[in-house]
Design a protein around this ligand. Structure first.
Ligand SMILES: [Zn+2]
Ligand SMILES: [Zn+2]
Length: 277
């Protein structure tokens, strides 16, 4: 069996980058995996639970608006897909920016962001490691920055409703579109890593496969472009819709030139070290 074929079989159908020293990569993969501590797990459970409760409450409030508010009408339901598509585009852009930032700069020892950076470094040295992560380890990190904004949305929804539409929450004809947009955006950001994980799995569920086939979610073929050394393109990992535009306009290189000019930092310096370069 050729080296390429055996690599592909070992990675569940993916061709793992073959550059760099494999011994260094393996040692770094184990070191990065060990960085996932019980303390981190505990905090993950806390912020994942809190953000899930807040999001569910906000979604139920929005859903009940269409049933119980006197100003809810059929035309609003016709417009809602536009808010949902807009939120999907924004979530894809945010996933790209976060992925690019955490891939390109800092180290696992960087204050505040170190634990997030660790996951991204681990993913490059061992891209199938995330397929062994459970739901909490995969998704909790992305819910942490969402927590304050979900709370803010919850407080806005439960502020006094002065619109006179008879609905118990502060949702009315002029703000329901915004809240549908926010609920869609927040859930897509929260499950970005789950979508990313699906794109690395050898087999996906029927619904996920269909969504990938219709281009609604990031597909394995589209994401494979990112995993070509030196991991410097196709950063968007939610729908992947923005990758062709951002790659073809050299958006990420322009951003890196700007950061290097301002800070002197070298893009992907630590990532390349972890890959045994
Ligand atoms: Zn990456
Ligand atoms: Zn990946």
């Amino acid at each position: 069996m050729s080296k390429v074929t055996s690599n592909a079989a070992a990675s569940g159908g993916e061709v793992i980058g073959r550059d760099g020293d494999p011994t260094v990569r393996k040692a770094n993969a184990q070191k990065l995996k060990a960085g996932y501590t019980k303390k981190k797990r505990f905090f993950e459970c806390c912020y994942l639970s809190a953000s899930t409760l807040l999001w569910c409450s906000n979604v139920i409030s929005c859903g009940r608006y269409f049933v119980f508010a006197s100003d809810a009408n059929l035309m609003q339901l016709v417009w809602m897909p536009l808010f949902i598509i807009g939120a999907m585009c924004l979530a894809d852009m945010v996933s790209g920016l976060a992925h690019w930032g955490l891939d390109t700069w800092g180290t696992p020892d960087t204050p505040v962001f170190g634990s997030f950076i660790r996951s991204f470094r681990e993913h490059h040295v061992d891209q199938t490691a995330m397929c062994k992560h459970d739901f909490i380890e995969t998704n909790a990190d992305t819910t942490l920055p969402l927590l304050p904004v979900l709370l803010l949305q919850y407080l806005r929804i439960w502020a006094n409703n002065t619109s006179g539409n008879g609905y118990v929450a502060n949702l009315h004809v002029s703000n329901i579109g915004l809240h549908v947009f926010l609920c869609t955006f927040f859930v897509l950001v929260a499950i970005t890593n789950e979508i990313h994980k699906w794109s690395h799995q050898a087999k996906q569920s029927f619904l996920v496969r269909k969504a990938m086939g219709y281009g609604i979610l990031l597909s394995p073929i589209a994401h494979r472009k990112h995993h070509k050394d030196p991991f410097d393109r196709s950063y968007c990992i939610t729908t992947g819709w923005l990758n062709p535009l951002l790659d073809s306009t050299n958006f990420w290189r322009h951003m890196e030139s700007l950061v290097t000019a301002l800070t002197g930092a070298i893009p992907r310096a630590n990532d390349q070290t972890m890959l045994g370069k």
